[in-house]
Write a protein that binds this ligand. Structure first.
Ligand code: GTP
Ligand code: MG
Length: 197
């Protein structure tokens, strides 16, 4: 599948203000700075559709992008950014969780994980919360351009090791880079498959 058009639709803080849930959507979540906005730009072949920044905490709202007039990509604020206030962190967390639980047309959540780090408790706990709430998700490792092929395989293996006691089977996993476009074809094909359902 190729993406021909991508348009910004809305930014808001509340699931009730999102566009009508009349078409499939796929949302990107993960720790602040993991590369959510960059991956949306990579998939849509735009350099500035979603706002990115080297400093964490850039995306603060729920942002909808309409793709080929048919489906939505959604850029969400990151979780776990230590330098925001506790109140702001809990507001973000409530906004994200409310969106995830209430957005009826969200077909799959893409949980982004920085491939350079050892498995982090915050990511493992977030995925457990998704599992407990029956939210369909896949794992998307980011920034793979920083790793060798062996390091990429080790990264996935370590996550699977850390998850095997909690999960009966592993979620589908993608390895990506917004820099080299690694994983673009695979992610778009996966979305295309889900769009046919
Ligand atoms: P918040 O909106 O703050 O939650 O962050 P985000 O998850 O949207 O991250 P963003 O896309 O803004 O990227 C954060 C930083 O990581 C930027 O400096 C990007 O250039 C960099 N980055 C993102 N993806 C990649 C990648 O695949 N490879 C490399 N090398 N850097 C990346
Ligand atoms: Mg962002």
């Amino acid at each position: 599948m190729e993406v021909y058009s991508a348009k910004f639709v809305t930014s808001n803080t509340d699931v009730s203000k999102c566009p009508e849930p009349d078409r499939h959507e796929y949302a990107f979540i993960g720790r602040s700075n993991v590369g959510k906005s960059s991956l949306i730009n990579m998939l849509t072949n735009h350099s500035k559709l979603a706002k990115t920044s080297a400093s964490p905490g850039k995306t603060q709202l729920i942002n909808h992008f309409l793709i080929d007039d048919k489906w939505y990509l959604v850029d969400l604020p990151g979780y776990g950014y230590a330098r925001t206030s506790k109140t702001q962190r809990s507001q973000f967390s409530a906004m994200i969780k409310n969106y995830i639980l209430k957005r009826e047309n969200m077909v799959c959540l893409f949980v982004l994980i920085d491939s350079r780090h050892e498995p982090l408790k915050i990511d493992l706990e977030f995925m457990e919360w998704l599992g407990e709430n029956g939210v369909p998700f896949v794992m998307v490792f980011t920034k793979a351009d920083k790793l060798s092929t062996t390091e990429r395989m080790n990264c996935i293996a370590k996550y699977h090791e850390g998850m095997k006691d909690t999960w009966e089977s592993m979620p589908i996993t993608f390895m990506t880079s917004a820099e080299t476009k690694l994983g673009r074809v695979e992610l778009l094909s996966y979305i295309d498959e889900l769009n046919q359902l």
